[in-house]
Design a protein. Structure first.
Ligand code: CUA
Length: 262
């Protein structure tokens, strides 16, 4: 059978197009790493979020030398934590779930983008090579505040990144003769030991203490001040470590409940 030259050209052209379509579709489905939400994680009903150890306290955790996991909760109309902070040159796996309706977790200017469906956990692993700041936006219509739903992702220079948390347990008032005890607990979320200087200020007195907090551990430092030396009245205190600061005020000789041991 003789095929006319033009017909042959059209046939070849059509074949090339068909193969091209198949290649692009296959590449889009497999090559780009695009997956369906929750084809790897178990379901998580929104009511169980507060009992789930990953999402009850949304946070970033170090899981390997340059590997981190971020547990993010989306809800009308915020993301938690906000900002999400990670170091550069790291591989971050995001686990994102929703407390209420369908949102998205879209990191502006990157190809990090997933639907966030209540009951499901979306998982994405992203590598960050350079420090920078990114907006996180929601691109699934989720209600009246949808256009305001935004968060922030900060990629810090590697050597400036810490996962330090400071909590201070301090009395509101003490009797005039009693000591004022400030209990500072430093949490180190990194896997490496953390060497820091704790600085405290109360009234006119200042304190400094070098503390080593083991990787993935915590240390408590107690600062004791003589209430008599402080004198009666209100005294502001500030405790800081790394870039974390806590402050408050303690009353020495509060008439209402401070003098209960006399
Ligand atoms: Cu959340 Cu739109």
């Amino acid at each position: 059978m003789r095929i006319h030259q033009y017909e042959r050209l059209w046939l070849i052209g059509a074949m090339v197009l068909i193969v091209g379509f198949i290649v692009t579709i296959t590449y889009g489905a497999v090559g780009l790493g695009i997956t369906m939400v929750d084809d790897q994680e178990a379901t998580l009903p929104p009511d169980d979020i507060d009992d789930d150890e990953r999402f009850a306290d949304p946070r970033v955790e170090q899981v390997g030398e340059d590997e981190y996991e971020a547990y993010v909760v989306a809800m009308t109309f915020i993301y938690q934590p906000d900002p999400i902070e990670v170091p550069a040159n790291s591989e971050v796996t995001f686990y994102v779930t929703s407390r209420d309706v369908i949102h998205s977790f879209t990191v502006v200017g990157t190809n990090t983008n997933t639907m966030v469906i209540p009951g499901e956990v979306s998982v994405m692993t992203v590598e960050f090579d350079e420090p920078g700041e990114y907006g996180v936006v929601c691109n699934e219509y989720c209600g009246s505040g949808h256009h305001d739903m935004e968060g922030e992702l900060i990629v810090h220079p590697e050597d400036e990144f810490t996962l330090t948390e400071l909590a201070v347990d301090a009395p509101e008032s003490v009797a005039p003769g009693d000591d004022v005890e400030l209990e500072a607990t430093i949490d180190n979320g990194l896997l490496e030991d953390l060497d820091v200087t704790l600085e405290a200020e109360i009234g006119d007195e200042t304190f400094e203490e070098d503390v080593t907090v083991a990787g993935d551990g915590s240390e408590t430092v107690t600062i004791t001040v003589d209430g008599e030396e402080l004198g009666e009245g209100d005294h502001d205190w500030t405790i800081s470590v790394d870039d974390e600061t806590e402050s408050g005020s303690v009353t020495v000789g509060d008439e209402e409940d401070g003098g209960d041991d006399s």
